[in-house]
Design a protein around this ligand. Structure first.
Ligand code: GTB
Length: 217
């Protein structure tokens, strides 16, 4: 049975790997699981067939036989739980790695998503410019704390885990803002993550997928 995930038919980022199917592709590449990708258009995401898979009408989804999942964190956890390579076997180390998965999605990502919201979704509002410095400072606070914890370690807690995969994925979104470079150890952490062969394969695959779908005709 082939794993099938969904991705934007045409990603708004132009194939820069920022849409969340890249996280799922990366996890699958880390554990060596082949997968197929089904393209979904924006209108199709809101139609009953896709809503049956994803109640919020989004990508990515994950299907494996009669199992269908949504939510990137849950999908990455499922992949890491079922296949060796992304979660330590030792129970306490495994619990700490899972904690970092939650920290990435629940504590570090929200202020980063606020930045996307204020710049893109709310960019035309009269208060957007005034709100921006507050949002950027909230991100800086989180990055300072994360950077203090990472210190000069290679990964967050021992070997590379699904916690690092999600944390790096969340931080990658910040690269264009310039804020990541204010924290050289975190910028280096992201660069190490991006240099992993599995990330490179995932990035190349999403770019090829975007390019194929963007081709005229
Ligand atoms: N909590 C869910 C998860 O983690 O899976 C959030 C899923 C989600 O936000 N999906 C987005 C989506 O389907 C795509 S990834 N949006 C369409 C909709 O809601 O109608 C978010 C995203 C989109 C585009 C870019 N980009 O172009 O840079 C980056 C990230």
């Amino acid at each position: 049975m082939t794993i099938t995930i969904t991705a934007f038919e045409r990603s708004p980022d132009g194939g820069k790997g920022l849409a969340r199917d890249t996280r799922v592709r990366w996890a699958l590449e880390e554990v060596g699981q082949p997968y197929a990708v089904r393209a979904v258009s924006f209108p199709a995401m809101k139609q009953p067939a896709h809503l049956a898979l994803h109640p919020f009408g989004q990508i990515p989804t994950f299907e494996d036989g009669d199992l269908a999942l949504f939510e990137t964190g849950a999908i990455v956890f499922h992949i890491a739980d079922r296949h060796p390579g992304l979660l330590p076997r030792e129970p306490n180390a495994r619990a700490r790695a899972i904690t970092w998965m939650f920290a990435a999605l629940n504590t570090v990502e929200p202020p980063i998503l606020d930045l996307v919201t204020v710049r893109i979704v709310e960019g035309d509002k009269p208060w957007a410019e005034a709100r921006l410095p507050l949002v950027r400072d909230r991100i800086r606070d989180r990055l300072a704390q994360l950077s203090a914890r990472l210190a000069d370690a290679e990964w967050l807690d021992g070997p590379f885990t699904a916690g690092d995969l999600l944390m790096a994925s969340v931080l990658i979104r910040l690269k264009i803002s310039g804020i990541l470079n204010e924290f050289p150890s975190l910028a280096a952490y992201v660069a190490r993550a991006e240099a992993r062969p599995a990330y490179q394969r995932a990035f190349a695959a999403q770019l090829a997928f975007f390019t194929a779908n963007a081709a005229p005709g």
